[in-house]
Write a new protein. Structure first.
Length: 511
């Protein structure tokens, strides 16, 4: 079967780009004169792997508000991507109006993730942010409303400009603050540090680092003494860079970034489904490879210099008496049972379908196999479906690549009380490792299943990169973890352990 591969990048790119770090709330409202110094329009070139693939525009203007003028910031972002021979686009348009303390009083966000359109509005009402969001298009469901209590230190990146204009930031300063991230719809915390002064061309700049608690990333920003962002980068993520340029330069010479969906190997495995273990060497272009590959119950990861030596064991079914009855509950498993925007396990259509599939089966492992088999047999396979699609959309379409299979199984499992996770990683097929997604279910212990390939237990060719609980933040982290490997790693097959326990090392003579 052809590998159903897709990298989960658009959501990560949109969440990371233009993540200008904020600091803390303004101690005093800005005067009209100070506000006037913040207005203007800036253009930026977006580059991936050193090639211009998109642009961003940030326009700041004054508008009337209760008690005086307010700042309105319009952000536009467009990124071109090539995947499986198709030229695609990820884009967003966001308008934010800030209150007198430079907190987001209102947000309106429209984005297109490779053909999937969605919309979000948010309004700050005292210490509560009222958020309405959902997909756009004919037949789309009504937006979902959430009310999020915000902390006192809710802030925005505009405070940087204000404080720089006031001369209130110096090298060595460090801040922590709360921010609402509409891209992934979570209340996050950032830690920001003023690292040092650096020359960027002929301009003396201040280098700021901003770390996101929920996304687990660090963003580097170079700003001038007027608070204008001149350059921004995300270390280790496809050399992703934002550079301030003229409008003409931002729009010129754009070409799609080609997502490399497969990593070629210098050796071939025999029938991978029969192997007990596969041994790999992972090499990274910059930095330790062990930072990219997690150690799990199936994966042993050992550092050898900058390389990672990885042994991947095939998944095994649980022992006969190890499976729990449904529904499975427990505080430690709650995040893997809850409905999310990606896995709407409380939707009556998912619940009815899942219950119809498992019938009278109450054993968790028995139910998991019935659900996995049904998804494999019932869904039409496509080579690549680049748009992010939810479990409910997959159920309605009954077609998709590996991601749709994995998310549908995850949603169906949760609908009957079976904890699930989405696994993103690489899987062996035809002498290559391709980006792939599969599902992990908890039946008394975690078991990895591959519904796209009809595997009740994942074979030893499945290399895990990230396990997501399918909430917004962990889904974005899965995208980021995948993105850090694209174009950044090479993998060698070192050997394998056969079904009868014989160890084979490539490059060594075999008896």
């Amino acid at each position: 079967m052809r590998l159903l591969a897709r990298a989960l990048l658009p959501v990560a790119l949109l969440a990371v780009l233009v993540l200008s770090p904020g600091l803390m709330r303004a101690d005093s409202p800005l005067s009209a004169e100070e506000l006037a110094q913040l207005i203007g329009t800036e253009w930026y070139r977006v580059t991936v792997m050193g090639q211009p693939n998109g642009y961003a525009r940030i326009e700041t203007a004054l508008v009337s508000g209760d008690g005086g003028p307010r700042l309105r910031v319009t952000e536009e972002l467009r990124i071109l991507i090539s995947l499986a021979g198709r030229d695609l686009e990820a884009s967003k348009s966001q308008v934010t109006v800030y209150d007198e303390r430079l907190r987001p009083a209102s947000i309106e966000l429209a984005k297109d993730e490779l053909g999937r359109s969605s919309h979000l509005t948010a309004t700050l009402d005292g210490d509560v942010l009222i958020v309405r969001s959902g997909p756009d298009g004919p037949g789309s469901p009504d937006p979902v409303e959430k009310r999020i209590a915000v902390p006192e230190d809710l802030s925005s990146d505009l405070v940087i400009q204000a404080r720089l204009l006031r001369g209130e930031i110096a090298v060595g300063d460090r801040f922590e603050y709360a921010v609402y991230d509409p891209e992934v719809e979570v209340l996050d915390r950032h830690t920001v540090a003023a690292e040092r002064r650096e020359m960027l061309g002929d301009t003396d700049t201040l280098l700021l680092t901003a770390s996101s608690e929920k996304l687990g990333i660090e963003v580097l920003s170079w700003v001038d003494d007027g608070g204008v962002l001149l350059r921004q980068s995300v270390p280790g993520l496809m050399e992703l860079t934002l550079e301030r340029v003229t409008e003409a330069e931002a729009l010129a010479s754009l070409a799609p970034f080609e997502i490399r969906a497969q990593i070629p190997l210098d050796q071939r495995l025999p029938l991978v489904g029969s192997l007990r273990e596969v041994q790999l060497r992972v090499r990274r272009n910059v930095g330790p490879a062990v930072e990219l590959i997690p150690a799990t119950r199936r994966q042993e990861v050992v550092a050898e210099g900058e390389d990672a030596l990885v042994s991947v064991a095939r998944e095994t079914p649980p022992a006969g008496d190890a499976s729990l009855p449904l529904p499975i509950t427990g505080e430690s498993l709650a995040e893997f049972l809850q409905p999310t925007r990606h896995a709407q396990s409380d939707d009556p259509r998912l619940v009815e379908t899942a219950r119809g599939i498992i019938g009278d089966e109450t054993d968790a492992w028995g139910a998991a196999q019935l659900l996995c088999s049904w998804v494999y047999r019932s869904m039409q396979k496509v080579a690549s479906e680049p748009r992010p699609i939810t479990a409910l959309e997959a159920l309605e379409a009954m077609r998709g690549d590996c991601t749709e299979h994995a998310i549908l199984l995850a949603g169906l499992g949760r609908a009957v009380g079976l904890p699930t996770r989405l696994i993103t990683g690489l899987a062996y097929v035809g002498g290559k490792l391709g980006y792939h997604a599969w599902t992990e279910v908890y039946v008394g212990r975690w078991v990895e299943m591959d519904p796209a390939w009809g595997q009740m237990t994942a074979d030893a060719g499945h290399l895990q990169i990230y396990a997501s609980a399918l909430d917004e933040a962990s889904y974005a982290r899965a995208s980021l973890a995948t993105g850090r490997t694209i174009g950044a790693v090479e993998i060698d097959l070192l050997g394998y352990v056969s079904a009868d326990g014989r160890e084979v090392r490539f490059g060594e003579e075999q008896p």
